[in-house]
Design a protein around this ligand. Structure first.
Ligand SMILES: C[S@@+](CC[C@H](N)C(=O)[O-])C[C@H]1O[C@@H](n2cnc3c(N)ncnc32)[C@H](O)[C@@H]1O
Length: 333
């Protein structure tokens, strides 16, 4: 199988809402350049490359950046070479693999021991390859991330692993399937508020974190597999020292959002949000209310709101009925 960009478990992914979001964008916005400034899985950028001339993709996670490079970077790659590595990685002789960083830290926890051995050995092997360009290297690492995520012993993120039963060996290295496009693509790994100051596009799509759950902590295993700096890990969930902690997950969220909106120079702003602000669990309660968001956006232009009932994608235990998704569309003055 070859992985598509949406074949991963990601909190807040707009995969199921992408048709609705693009119906609104296509009906109400004109323009040929687009920025997905909190791009997450990249599914919205994936849609944008179909009808925009220029697409900017940004997220501050390392794992997301390498995934965007693998799927979108417009650099040629040698399919035969990639397929040869796939065959090599699929046929690793597990008993001959030495203990490695992944097996020591994640074995019998986030992955079965044999799966962790393979994941670590493949990641080490990718770093020792010298005959690949940036695109080919990104394809190999992103393919490892998708393959590892599929085998992970979790509920969809890495805040904890599932305990209490033997973890089956399910890991199989498979490739992602890169996209071809005529759109000009620019990939960033920036704080959205920094990028906003020098961005120059017609339409900006904004889908920030909604609550106090930090993405860098949820996806720390994928971050670690990407950077492969092998840091010391701490606690039950084997997390590294904090990095890329988002202001949008803290009490400063509204200030960060107002600054972002103030600094954007574009024709249209499209914001996704939902109504989990009333959730009983503090960690899934929204950091900004819908009223907060409207007030900020009304200072920037003419605001139109859209809403949709939506079955909540929930990897954890929080249950929230009456879930609604919102789109706020601003035609900038
Ligand atoms: C709700 S998710 C986006 C989901 C995405 N629209 C999708 O469909 O997959 C929010 C994203 O914002 C990123 N993020 C959080 N704070 C950020 C910041 N200050 N700058 C850039 N990215 C940030 C997170 O890593 C996460 O991927």
């Amino acid at each position: 199988m070859a992985y598509e960009i949406w074949n991963r478990r990601y909190t807040g992914s707009k995969f199921k809402l992408a048709d609705w979001i693009f119906d609104i964008i296509n009906s109400y916005c004109t323009g040929s350049s687009f920025c997905d400034i909190f791009a997450g899985t990249g599914i919205i950028a994936r849609r944008a490359i179909k009808n925009m001339r220029r697409v900017v993709i940004n997220d501050f996670l390392y794992s997301n950046e390498i995934i965007y490079k693998a799927f979108f970077l417009q650099e040629s790659f040698d399919v035969n070479k990639i397929n040869n590595y796939k065959t090599q990685f699929q046929n690793t002789d597990i008993p001959s693999i030495k203990e490695n960083y992944a097996s020591i830290n994640y074995g019998n926890k986030f992955f079965s021991y044999a799966d962790a051995l393979q994941i670590g050995a493949i990641r080490d092997a990718i770093d020792s390859i010298s005959d690949v360009n940036e695109k080919e290297r990104a394809i190999l690492i992103a393919s490892l991330l998708y393959s590892a995520d599929k085998a992970a012993n979790t509920v969809g993120h890495y805040d904890a692993y599932i305990k209490g039963y033997p973890i089956p060996d399910t890991f199989k290295f498979d490739l992602i399937s890169p996209y071809t496009t005529t759109a000009e693509i620019k990939i960033h790994r920036e704080d959205a508020n920094v990028l906003a100051r020098f961005l120059n596009v017609d339409i900006v799509y904004i889908d920030p974190p909604y609550n106090s759950r930090q993405y860098s902590r949820f996806y720390h295993v994928l971050e670690n597999l990407t950077t492969w700096k092998k840091p010391e890990l701490y606690g039950e969930a084997l997390k590294p020292k904090p990095e890329n902690m988002s202001e949008y997950c803290r009490n400063g969220a509204l200030k960060a959002f107002s600054d972002l909106i103030r600094d954007l120079q574009c024709k249209y702003i499209v914001v996704s949000y939902n109504n989990t602000y009333a959730s009983k669990s503090t960690s899934s309660r929204n950091k900004m209310t819908l009223e907060n968001i409207k007030e900020v956006l009304e200072t920037k232009g003419q605001l139109t709101c859209f809403e949709k009932e939506h079955a909540f994608f929930n990897a954890g235990k929080t249950d929230f009925a009456g879930h609604k998704e919102f789109i706020f569309l601003v035609k900038v003055y």
